[in-house]
Write a protein that binds this ligand. Structure first.
Ligand code: ADP
Ligand code: MG
Length: 571
């Protein structure tokens, strides 16, 4: 039974498998490798995932959700139809759709998966990703850091070379930078940094805002005043314009404004680069931090690897080229790299013979430690300081210990609180749990305790606290996190999602085609609109006859006309 690799992205998700010929991407029902991470309800109340849902973001914004990866592990939830969905639920629906695509392609049940997560995801977000997998009926064998997966995809191409490389992944909503070293087939992550709130979508937002201001120069907040549908339409067109500017120097599109007037909007590459300057500045910091954390200088980097759809923007490429005085490599498709690497990891876990000589180590992506009281003046203690025990970027599995003393003589217990994060005060870090340690009453001396942290590859933290005078040990396994789903909650979500009506996979092509037609209808006026309405009528009639052959013929017939209308709205 195969283990699949999954890149669960903010914008797009992919599924892959490791074969005798290496990593292979699996196409979805539309024949695409990229499945937009969008979930919606059809007019019949069925759950739609992927391109059809993405297109319906424009026509049915209230019935569609996207960009929910940002909320993994939080209490955020959104209404879709009559039910509320958390980010884990929506992700589970995407995972379920990918699972069905893989099952269709492989001709077998798929139950085990490797899922990639941004290196910067904290423990709560990682557990939420595992939960999403479980809700979708997948056993998540392991999570893999996205940059590690990217390096793994590239590393295998060039196994005999020793090199230090920097992976820069600018996806839709996250930015990840990692420094990896490859030596004798061993791949080690030396440092990772990033920004969980920076991605290609932010560039789209800036372009959208720019166009909104163009439409109505007097009202800067025009976007807020637009109807949800209009705003979604403008954003969709801005997104296409942004992508087109990666290969062209100027782009224009037609937009029907609130008063049903058709407006032409344009943007040059130079202007785009000017308005995105603030975002470009934000890209530099995590890159510099990763290089510094690894104890390197820019000139020590042998290769710069580009990952993520947003690295297609020439301005991002030249920024990186300037920083490293070298041209980044991108011989693998930047959209596919992570899924390819996840498949390699799946091959490693299933001990595929082609991967015998590859070993890989990973790092703990964040610092783990405890709260500490510090004596700020004689006899005066201040709580709330953070004591790191396992530092960020330590190679895992790892076990580290420190010895702490009781604050007062005669103290009979210690409440040890455990945190994750990089801030000097625990209040600004993520609380993971606590353990109470009984201490024998000792009026003469301060008692000593040995605190040992052990962190393994699957992200489980074991805390052992030993009172040195009695050798008594307390143990804590960190599982319960704020916002994280408990096992019974996961089971309940699994059952609830299982009851949803999922749009049949073999009708996905038709649903996506209809969504495209409807979106095009929204983007036009007058005769063009009438024309598209006629095409919709033709397609609906074919659907009503329920003959597969006729339906596919109708699609083929309509396709060139629809394509022509799509080209007419953006040029
Ligand atoms: P994620 O990993 O977050 O799912 P992807 O790696 O799929 O994201 O990248 C998606 C982002 O890449 C989106 O913001 C999309 O607009 C952007 N993108 C895709 N193609 C291009 C392009 N040709 N030019 C500029 N941006 C692009
Ligand atoms: Mg990605």
């Amino acid at each position: 039974m195969s283990i699949v690799g999954i890149d669960l992205g903010t914008t797009n998700s992919l599924i892959s498998v490791f074969t005798d010929d290496g990593p292979k991407l699996i196409p979805n029902a539309l024949g695409d490798y990229l499945t937009p991470s969008a979930v919606g309800l059809s007019d019949k109340g069925q759950v739609l995932v992927g391109q059809a849902a993405k297109d319906r973001l424009v026509t049915h914004p209230a019935l569609t959700q996207a960009r929910f990866k940002r909320y993994m592990g939080t209490n955020w939830s959104q209404k879709l139809g009559r039910k509320h969905y958390r980010a884990e639920d929506l992700s589970a629906l995407v995972l379920g759709s990918l699972k069905r695509d893989a099952e269709n392609y492989l001709g077998e049940t798929v139950e085990r998966a490797i899922i990639s997560v941004p290196a910067y995801f904290n423990d709560t977000q990682r557990k939420a990703t595992m939960a999403a997998g479980q809700i979708a009926g997948l056993k998540v064998e392991r999570l893999i850091n996205e940059p590690t997966a990217a390096a793994l995809a590239y590393g295998l191409n060039d196994k005999d070379r020793e090199s230090t490389f920097l992976v820069v992944d600018l996806g839709g909503g996250t930015f990840d930078v990692s420094i990896l070293e490859m030596f004798d087939g061993v791949m080690e992550v030396r440092a990772s940094a990033g920004d969980a709130f920076l991605g290609g979508e932010d560039f789209t937002d800036i372009v959208t805002k720019y166009f909104a201001e163009k439409l109505s120069p007097k009202q800067a907040s025009k976007l807020d005043k637009m109807s949800a549908k209009k705003a979604a339409m403008l954003r969709d067109l801005a997104d296409q314009a942004k992508a087109k500017l990666s290969s062209e120097h100027e782009v224009s599109f037609k937009f029907i404004d609130d008063k049903s007037v058709e407006q032409t909007l344009s943007l040059t590459r130079a202007k785009f680069e000017e308005i995105s300057e603030g975002l470009l500045k934000k890209l530099r910091h995590p890159i510099q931090r990763a290089v510094m954390d690894a104890g390197l200088r820019a000139e020590n980097i042998d290769q710069v690897v580009l990952v993520g759809g947003a690295t297609r923007m020439p301005v991002v490429r030249s920024l990186i080229a300037r920083m490293f005085k070298t041209f980044p490599v991108h011989n693998l498709n930047p959209d596919h790299v992570i899924a390819m690497g996840a498949a390699v990891q799946a091959g490693l876990v299933s001990r595929h013979k082609a991967l015998d000589d590859v070993v890989m180590t990973d790092v703990c992506p964040f610092t783990l430690g405890t709260e500490l009281s510090i004596e700020v003046a004689k006899g005066h203690h201040e709580d709330g300081h953070f004591q790191p025990i396992i530092e960020r970027n330590t190679v895992i599995p790892v076990s580290r210990s420190v010895v702490n003393y009781t604050m007062q003589k005669g103290q009979t217990s210690i409440d040890l609180r455990i945190f994750q994060g990089e801030a000097p005060r625990v209040d600004n870090n993520v609380y993971l749990g606590q353990v109470n340690i009984p201490i024998p009453k000792n009026m003469k001396k301060h008692e000593a305790v040995d605190i040992r942290f052990t962190y393994d590859v699957s992200g489980v933290l074991e805390v052992l606290v030993k009172v040195l005078s009695t050798e008594k040990t307390n143990r804590l396994i960190i599982e319960g996190n704020p916002g994280a789903l408990s096992k019974s909650e996961i089971d309940a979500r699994f059952k609830a999602l299982d009851k949803l009506k999922i749009h049949p996979r073999d009708e996905t092509v038709n649903a996506a085609f209809m969504a495209r037609l409807a979106k095009s209808y929204e983007n036009h006026l007058g005769d063009a609109r009438k024309d598209i309405q006629y095409l919709i009528g033709v397609f609906e009639a074919a659907l009503a006859r329920q003959n597969k052959h006729e339906i596919s013929e109708a699609r083929d017939e309509i396709e060139p006309h629809l394509q022509a209308y799509e080209d007419r709205s953006i040029f």
